[in-house]
Ligand binder design. Structure first.
Ligand SMILES: [Zn+2]
Ligand SMILES: [Zn+2]
Length: 263
């Protein structure tokens, strides 16, 4: 039993075969998928997918790439949609100083504003941090983000950063790039991160694990990432699956009794 804590099922890559993608995920033991709508034009599709499939939950927010698209209506729309029962987090929000698709000062402002929004809504946050580790940590501290908690998705910081995030009550989510041949340093960091703070994700359609590197990623491929992390941590796949599933259910606040009543 696995949970894909982060995917983008509303993206055009899944337009033709979403039904089969979700079936294949179930067949690989993926119990829940969390799909992330990263800008206003995607939110309704994200929510519609989570309404259609009982095993899909939604995460809505403004990705740092889209920080510049925010206008006077955006936050009130986001707030209303986030009150829907299938929405389990606000995200992905944060900083991307690698691609810089929105100006940095606007990224910083939107990140801060959305932490405030998450606190108001009582939702955890999902954070995107690329090449902005120091700035991300600083904002999490100054905005007192431990009040909402959440997940650093596609974690790419060092072990020191991991420890700081864990102290603030955040979980670290590991994608398929952990399987890449040149990811030795990443594997050393993940080996040291406590299992109780780990989640796994595909970030599908991006970041396919080996042996699918370069192809479209999909939630069923999370099995390859899970196997690799179990190997790194020298534990069974079952133990890794069980603990990361419990972690995901805890941070996304999904009651486990619901799981067992499902039949
Ligand atoms: Zn991201
Ligand atoms: Zn993402």
């Amino acid at each position: 039993m696995l949970i894909d804590s982060h995917a983008h099922l509303e993206m055009p890559e899944f337009k033709k075969d979403l039904e089969e993608v979700i079936e294949r995920a179930k067949g690989s033991g993926v119990e829940y998928i969390f799909t992330v709508g990263t800008e206003r034009k995607d939110w309704n599709d994200t929510l519609a997918i989570s309404n259609k499939y009982s095993n899909v939950y939604a995460i809505l927010g403004i990705h740092p790439h889209n920080a510049k698209t925010v206008d006077s209506e955006t936050y009130s729309i986001l707030k209303n949609l986030c009150r829907h029962e299938k929405v389990k987090a606000l995200g992905e929000i944060g900083l991307d100083f690698f691609r810089n698709l929105s100006p940095r000062d606007i990224q910083l402002r939107r990140f801060r504003e959305q932490i405030g929004l998450a606190k108001e809504l009582g939702l955890p946050i999902v954070i995107h941090d690329r090449e902005a580790h120091q700035e991300t940590l600083e904002i999490l501290k100054t905005e007192k983000a431990e009040a909402c908690g959440g997940i650093i998705h596609c974690f790419s910081g060092d072990y020191e950063m991991a420890k700081e995030c864990i102290t603030m009550g955040f979980y670290l989510s590991i994608p398929g790039s952990i399987t890449f041949k040149n990811a030795e340093r990443f594997r050393e960091i993940v080996e040291k991160i406590p299992l109780d703070s780990l989640l796994i994700e595909t970030d599908a359609p991006f970041l396919s694990p080996e042996p699918f590197r370069g192809k479209r990623n999909e939630p069923s491929f999370i099995l390859y990432t899970a196997r690799k992390i179990a190997e790194i941590k020298k534990i069974s796949l079952e133990k890794l699956a069980q603990t990361t599933t419990e972690n995901a259910l805890r941070i996304y606040r999904i009651k486990s009794d619901k799981r067992f009543n499902k039949g």
